[in-house]
Design a protein around this ligand. Structure first.
Ligand SMILES: [Fe+2]
Ligand SMILES: [Fe+2]
Length: 505
């Protein structure tokens, strides 16, 4: 099989080959073998990226480096990251004073109007037909047109069709996906309330028959990389102050960052970590869930943050640390969450190598735009989209990117209406870091690295009650120079964690 034939075969099977992967196929000595590998690697996705060309075992190795059992004190640790200056720009940090709302009906109307307008801009020019306001549809009955609407509801009819109710500033519309159009029924099953979509179709009698659904999505790009050989590491849901915080594993991690553990390869990797972001649930908080006091080791909120500060201060000082809050932290729990105030972490405010930000926040680190968000909306996605659970962090983050909104569903986990909806993903991140699910995730989507920092807390009753799965003490590391991800397992290094069957929050 010739290389061009291999590309045609893949396209015929519905795969979308990224330019980077296409280049590798065209240069390959054995394109037929690559087609077989791609089919095996991409049985659940359509985009073929360069890493999908590796045989499954190699791809796995490229993804996860198991911790070696070498535990030796080293004195010759020369971290490469120390040679580079930190390059940090906070691009988006929600200013809660400026965006404050009083919660009146007008505030809610303005909030959704802003969301609709900003996402509409991303959708214009994307449909197959000209866009028509809903109140003009009657005049265009029978013609192929497009509408941009915010989803109000979707439900199945008695006959198995799917009704989607949408709204724009001019009116409401009931649209229908025919049950015979299986592909469209499938894509409509991913729609959630309050997201903004473009629907191509035509009005027949009083029903708008949908032919195509377009979400705003992010453009297909190659993963951006850095010239310097820097790495990023990701933490979330540490839950300092909880009896279940895996303190010894975390302290081992800090020693590992200082090159005190691991084989040569690990120490080299540890020494290249230039940035660490923390995506919320830094401390366990107080009174967050019923009977939490039984699971708290530190019962004073200020002492919890003091303990957190002491850990962050022990990180190597050439590492820049980005700190965002989560729903266990002692700030407002509704999205967007404000940054930790100075009275909680006075010692972090005084440090040049720490940026304290809101959730969400966009920070440019070494030229890469990183979106940090705790992930409070995870549970809304899990309860809305069938089959999606806490282990599917990559999938949930992809949905946020496709919808260009990190918390679209209103009425579940709380959202504060703002004048400008800061949960709209106006800029496309190179790295998207979340937490909340307590499940490690690492994936790529259209040139964005998606990562969930998992957790450093063992199972709590609250976590069991929510019925998630947890993967404590796995550190995701992104090599920004090579554009490759890996993960270091610290789960078995000090104390064996329980066999985890549930988790979250
Ligand atoms: Fe958490
Ligand atoms: Fe949380």
């Amino acid at each position: 099989m010739q290389a061009q034939e291999a590309l045609t075969t893949l396209q015929g099977k519905g795969f979308l080959v990224t330019p980077g992967a296409a280049k590798l196929i065209l240069e390959s000595q054995n394109p037929a073998e690559l087609v077989t590998i791609i089919e095996a690697n991409c049985n659940q996705k359509w985009f073929v990226e360069p890493r999908d060309l590796l045989p499954k075992e190699e791809a796995k190795l490229a993804q996860v480096v198991e911790r070696a059992d070498v535990v030796v004190e080293h004195t010759d640790f020369k971290p490469l990251a120390k040679e580079y200056d930190s390059q940090v720009r906070v691009l988006m940090n929600v200013d809660h004073e400026e965006s404050a709302s009083t919660g009146t009906l007008e505030d809610f109307v303005d909030y959704f109007k802003n969301r609709y307008e900003d996402i509409s801009l991303l959708l214009r020019g994307r449909g197959e037909n000209s866009i028509v306001p809903i109140n003009e549809l009657a005049r265009r009955r029978g013609q192929s047109v497009a509408v941009i609407g915010m989803v109000n509801d979707k439900r199945q009819t008695k006959n198995g069709h799917l009704l989607v109710e949408v709204e724009d500033p001019t009116g409401k519309l009931t649209a229908l996906v025919m049950k015979t159009n299986e592909a469209l029924i499938k894509s409509a099953s991913w729609l959630v309330n309050d997201e903004v979509v473009l629907l191509d179709g035509k009005l027949s009698k009083d029903l708008f028959i949908i032919n195509k659904i377009t979400e705003p999505d992010v453009p297909l790009r190659e993963m951006k990389t850095t010239e310097d050989r820097v790495c990023f590491a990701f933490l979330s849901d540490i839950h300092v102050g909880s009896k279940l915080f895996m303190r010894k594993n975390f302290e081992y991690l800090i020693e590992w960052l200082h090159g005190k553990h691991g084989n040569e390869r690990e120490r080299e990797l540890a020494g290249r970590i230039k940035y660490i972001s923390l995506a919320g649930d830094l401390c366990d908080g107080i009174g967050v869930y019923p009977s939490q006091e039984n699971e708290l080791e530190i019962t004073d909120i200020y002492k919890q943050y003091e303990a957190l500060e002491n850990y962050i201060i022990q990180f190597p000082d050439y590492i820049h640390v980005v700190v965002a809050p989560g729903d266990h932290d002692a700030v407002k729990h509704a999205d967007p969450q404000p940054k930790l105030p100075k009275e909680l972490v006075p010692n972090l405010y005084g440090r040049d190598n720490v940026s304290i930000v809101s959730s969400p926040a966009m920070v440019e680190l070494h030229g890469l735009k990183e979106l940090v968000y705790h992930g409070t909306s995870y549970i809304d996605f899990m309860s809305t989209i069938p089959g999606v659970s806490a282990e599917h962090g990559g999938l949930i983050m992809k949905e946020m990117l496709k919808k260009r909104h990190i918390h679209p569903i209103y009425g579940g986990k709380p959202i504060t209406p703002e004048k400008k909806d800061s949960l709209v993903m106006r800029e496309v991140p190179d790295i998207f870091h979340t937490g909340e699910s307590h499940c490690f995730a690492s994936d790529f989507y259209r040139g964005t690295y998606l990562v969930n920092g998992g957790t450093w807390q063992d199972l709590t009753d609250y976590i069991v009650m929510q019925g998630f799965k947890a993967t404590p003490c796995i550190l995701p590391v992104f090599d920004a120079h090579r554009g490759k991800a890996t993960a270091i397992h610290f789960d078995g290094v000090v104390q064996s964690s329980k066999l985890l069957t549930a988790g979250g929050g």
